[in-house]
Design a protein around this ligand. Structure first.
Ligand SMILES: [Zn+2]
Length: 131
């Protein structure tokens, strides 16, 4: 009787842990989250969980349609400064279109694994924000 009670307790404890820390103890957890962008609304999905071994386009959680693509981050502003909250850009290549993709905010060319502006520029920005 005690054994069964302990087993039941152990199982519910396991379920609780799974609920509170869904990725606990799984080193690959982070790698299954990506920054995605909806090709219809251009709405970004930050750190969106994706199934391992699957490829874009991923299904939109709201519509169920496969419209989610990898998002590239652009940290530039139109006047050549940097910003902490990037503009998320959908590359033409993901849609099978040819030609360069430009950022709708600053007009710069955006590529796969889009490079970040120099670190010094972020340091400068944070100094300014700190006062
Ligand atoms: Zn930009």
């Amino acid at each position: 009787m005690i054994g069964i009670a302990l087993a039941a307790f152990g199982f519910s404890g396991f379920l609780l842990a799974r609920t509170v820390w869904p990725g606990a103890g799984d080193p690959a957890y982070d790698s299954k989250r990506r920054n995605l962008i909806d090709s219809e609304t251009l709405q970004p999905f930050r750190d969106h969980p994706i199934k391992e071994g699957t490829i874009y386009p991923w299904p939109h959680p709201g519509t169920g349609k496969s419209t989610l693509y990898p998002a590239e981050a652009c940290y530039w502003t139109a006047d050549g400064r940097v910003k902490l909250e990037p503009t998320w850009v959908l590359l033409k290549t993901y849609l099978g279109e040819s030609g360069d993709t430009t950022c709708p905010d600053c007009g710069r060319k955006v590529v796969r694994h889009n490079p970040m502006p120099p670190t010094e520029m972020f340091v400068e920005l944070q100094k300014k924000m700190a006062g």
